[in-house]
Design a protein around this ligand. Structure first.
Ligand code: ZN
Length: 68
């Protein structure tokens, strides 16, 4: 039975192949190729807080700067 679902990763709607299928094909492909480190998973959950300050954004900016 096919059903439209919202991807847990990117938020796009897609046609799910089953009840356990909550991630779209594109995100699953990316996941296989590049497993998300725990850091990014925590960033997505918005739990990267220390001493009441959000540190995830600073870490992401540092990473973006290093890539240049
Ligand atoms: Zn997706």
């Amino acid at each position: 039975m096919r059903k439209r679902r919202t991807c847990l990763k990117c938020g796009e709607s897609f046609v799910s192949g089953g009840a356990a299928n909550r991630i779209c094909a594109e995100c699953r492909r990316l996941n296989d190729r590049w497993p998300l480190p725990e850091l990014l998973l925590q960033l997505q959950r918005g739990v990267m807080r220390r001493n009441g300050r959000l540190i995830g954004a600073a870490l992401l900016q540092a990473g973006a700067r290093r890539r240049r």
